[in-house]
Write a protein of this length. Structure first.
Length: 651
């Protein structure tokens, strides 16, 4: 079992000076009322001779006694054999009686790291006072009595009686009045207040410790708030007094705190603020406010002068030069520029010597009041920008007026086209329409202006008209197809008009053009059919020619129609043509082609045989001669052969 020890034991202390107490957890500790020392270990003055001669030490916990050997680090509930039991008289004379649990001290022990806790005193219905060091009076030998937790002076002085109150509010009011009487501040802790008021009779006006702490907490909150308000009020008074003092001093925006302290060293408002950091903070606030006010005044004056200069340059032209405008501005606003700081003896003036902070002081000069050359240049730039803006707006207005006039002219010409729209057809041309409108003012007003030309507007109208005609023609064609009306090149306009009146809605002014388009379409269809038939007949003739080339045996170059007719007439291609004259013409063409091929082959062979041999050697000449002979021998067979694969002959 381990334990913590307290302060060292005074060697010369007598047994009468020590008192034995029991903490809330049942541990016994000892208090010396003379030296106010508290310890867990049993003092030598209270030990028996056997206890002084052994290393075993006696302790108590929960009302039971145990012994501990610091050398062997062992503890036991049984008294060691080395320690003989003390005589009953000696034990009663040397050790005080244990205190009941209700009288155990509550506050921590002075000089101890691990301290016993406090418990509430319930005897007589009142709470025992908490003191910095637990104390207890020593009981006379052979007599038991209950001890209260009191301060060190309670052993020598009689205890004051506790006052009785009718209500809890009166008790709390007495407790608060006691705190106020002892001048307990809002920043005090409970321990500080306890040392100051624990011996006051009104400390026990509240019975329990929680009630006292709650009342103390409320008192501290209220007192802290009152003290804070009082402090703020005092600081505000100091601030107002210092600001009033600064208003009377000759200072400027460049003045520093050290000059103010020199000027008002003996003034009460300055001495009331001993801390220089506090002075500097308040002086900075004053300067910030004054500089803000001064800046507002300067901006207002500069804004007014700038407005006057802008009005003065309201009619400036766009191409005005700065040199010319500067002369005009200096003549007009020369006396309103920023003043030049100088003295009679031509020495430089300190910036804080210009007292423009002082209210009501005549002759004050503000070196930054008025306009500067940069301000005048800004006014000039703004005036030039305004002039350019006005000129640009004027150009935009003129451009908008021209665009509006051109749009009106185009709308008028569109009205002219609308008047002649019944005369137009999708095939109408500008050359047909131009003679009718060339003298019209609505046409002449369009000449030379930007945007769409009269010709473009005319073609736009024709395009829209073509779309309209095409829609009506398609509607009529659908009706013809649905009702089986066959359109031919010989169909008259009356027939088409009669059909359209019964089956579809086509405007009358469109009928003539639509009839022409339908007739052209029918004529083209007939021509296409005829051309398709011709192509088919030519294809049959070509098939017959190919069949003649494929005859076996082949046709001779001198073959005759009558001789070859028996075997030609059985060909399917001959029957497919169905015209003997056409077949005979094709036969003659094939025979003629074969005759020409034979003649061309013989001519080529003769040309090769007449060519000279080169002068280089007989071996090469003999080789070429043999090649020519072979070509001549093969020539008759080539003349009798059929067409090459893929060769096309045009007759």
């Amino acid at each position: 079992m381990s334990r913590n020890t307290g302060a060292d034991q005074p060697a010369a202390a007598s047994a009468a000076q020590w008192a034995e107490h029991t903490s809330a957890d049942g541990r016994v500790y000892y208090y010396n009322k003379t030296t106010r020392v508290t310890t867990w270990e049993k003092p030598d003055a209270l030990k028996s001779p056997q206890e002084r001669q052994t290393v075993w030490k006696e302790y108590s916990k929960d009302g039971r006694t145990y012994w501990y050997n610091p050398e062997t680090k062992k503890s036991t509930w049984t008294r060691p054999a080395e320690m003989a039991a003390p005589a009953s008289g000696e034990d009663a004379a040397s050790r005080p009686q244990d205190l009941p649990a209700s009288d155990k001290p509550q506050d921590p022990l002075a000089g101890n790291n691990q301290q016993p806790s406090a418990s509430a005193d319930t005897r007589g219905g009142e709470q025992a006072a908490a003191v910095p060091a637990p104390v207890a009076a020593q009981a006379p030998p052979g007599r038991k009595r209950s001890l209260r937790r009191l301060s060190a002076d309670a052993f020598d002085e009689p205890k004051a009686a506790r006052r009785e109150f009718r209500t809890a509010e009166e008790a709390e009011a007495a407790f608060v009045e006691m705190l106020r009487r002892h001048k307990v501040g809002g920043d005090w802790t409970w321990e500080q207040a306890l040392r100051a008021v624990v011996n006051d009779p009104d400390y026990r006006s509240l019975r329990t410790l929680p009630e006292r702490k709650d009342a103390f907490s409320r008192y501290v909150d209220v007192t802290s708030q009152i003290e804070q308000e009082q402090l703020q009020k005092e600081q505000q008074q100091q601030r107002d007094a210092l600001f009033a003092l600064l208003d009377t001093l000759p200072i400027s925006e460049h003045t520093r705190l050290r000059k103010v302290e020199h000027l008002a060293a003996d003034h009460e408002a300055l001495r009331a603020i001993p801390a220089r950091s506090h002075r500097a903070r308040l002086f900075g606030e004053y300067m910030d406010e004054r500089l803000k006010d001064l800046g507002d005044v300067r901006r207002q004056v500069r804004r007014q002068l700038t407005r006057e200069a802008a009005e003065f340059l309201g009619d400036i032209p766009v191409g005005a030069k700065w040199d010319d405008i500067k002369t005009r501005l200096l003549d007009r606003f020369g006396d309103q520029l920023m003043p030049v700081l100088s003295t009679n003896d031509s020495r430089r003036v300190p910036m804080d010597a210009v007292y423009y902070f002082v209210h009501g002081k005549g002759g004050a000069v503000d070196p930054e009041a008025g306009l500067s050359m940069l301000d005048l240049m800004d006014v000039y730039d703004a005036a030039i920008a305004d002039a350019e803006k006005r000129e640009s707006e004027q150009r935009q207005k003129e451009k908008a007026a021209v665009a509006r006039r051109e749009r009106q002219s185009r709308d008028a010409f569109r009205g002219l086209l609308e008047e002649h729209s019944t005369q137009f057809t999708p095939s109408s041309t500008w050359s047909e329409f131009y003679p009718q409108i060339k003298q019209d003012p609505r046409y002449t007003a369009m000449l030379g202006q930007a945007g769409s030309t009269p010709l473009e507007l005319f073609w736009d109208c024709i395009e829209l008209l073509s779309d309209d005609y095409y829609r009506h023609r398609k509607s009529l064609e659908c009706a013809m197809r649905d009702h089986g009306f066959q359109m031919s090149p010989n169909t008259t306009l009356g027939d088409v008009r009669e059909f359209a009146a019964k089956h579809c809605d086509v405007p009358e002014h469109c009928m003539e053009y639509i009839h022409e388009q339908l007739v052209i379409k029918a004529r083209r269809r007939v021509e296409e059919e005829e051309e398709r038939a011709q192509r088919h007949w030519r294809r049959l003739v070509d098939d017959f020619k190919y069949a003649l080339h494929d005859l076996d045996p082949p046709l001779a170059p001198d073959a005759g129609w009558d001789k070859e007719l028996p075997r030609i007439s059985v060909l399917p291609e001959f029957k497919g043509v169905g015209d003997e004259a056409a077949c005979r013409a094709a036969f003659d063409a094939v025979v003629e082609h074969r005759r020409e091929r034979r003649q061309r082959s013989g001519s080529d062979a003769r040309k090769r045989s007449r060519s000279r041999a080169p002068a280089d050697g007989g071996a090469d000449r003999r080789t070429r001669l043999r090649a020519d002979e072979g070509a001549s021998a093969a020539a008759p067979a080539a003349n009798d052969s059929d067409l090459e694969e893929g060769e096309m002959v045009d007759y």
